[in-house]
Design a binder for this molecule. Sequence first.
Ligand code: GTP
Ligand code: MG
Length: 200
Amino acid sequence: IFAGPIAFLKSAPDLKFLPDPVAKEVAFAGRSNVGKSSLLNALTNRNGLARTSNTPGRTQELNFFDVGDPAQPLLRLVDMPGYGYARAPKDMVRKWRFLINDYLRGRAVLKRTLLLIDSRHGIKEVDHDIMKMLDDAAVSYRIVLTKADKVKASELAAVADRTMQEIRKRPAAHPDLLMTSSEKGMGIPELRAAVIDALD
Ligand code: GTP
Ligand code: MG
């Protein structure tokens, strides 16, 4: 399905602006700068579809992308603002947190959340907070390690191990881990399969 048309639909700075829930959605969530927008571009094989930046806090709204015929999309991908960007103004951080949490908790068409974790850092406090929130809301999610090209194979294995131990403690996380690099294309076929899997 990623070989067909894919187009930006809209940005929602607020829950009032969400698109009508007419298609299944898969969301990209995670800390600021973890590589959400880059991974969406790698998944769809379209550079520049979602805007990326070296500076944390690039994505500030919920961005919806239609996969398939826009009149009847097969799927919507949702690029989210990041969590935990310490240097952004406090009221902005609060606004993003409410937007992200309200969307993730309250969206019936949301079929799967991809929770992205930086391979260099592993699971952080704020990731635990998101997982708890998702568990409490019974939202299905899957952990994706990003930027795998930035660490040595041995470090990647170690962080994958630690992350697996953490997610085994959770009631609802999907058990296996995806290891990806948007830069090198690593794990992208598996990610596509995981997204398609979320649709049935
Ligand atoms: P916010 O929208 O600010 O929350 O960030 P984001 O999670 O969308 O991150 P984004 O995709 O904008 O990427 C942040 C930075 O990491 C950019 O400079 C990317 O080029 C870089 N990056 C993303 N993925 C990878 C990767 O797989 N490997 C490497 N080396 N760099 C990456
Ligand atoms: Mg982004």
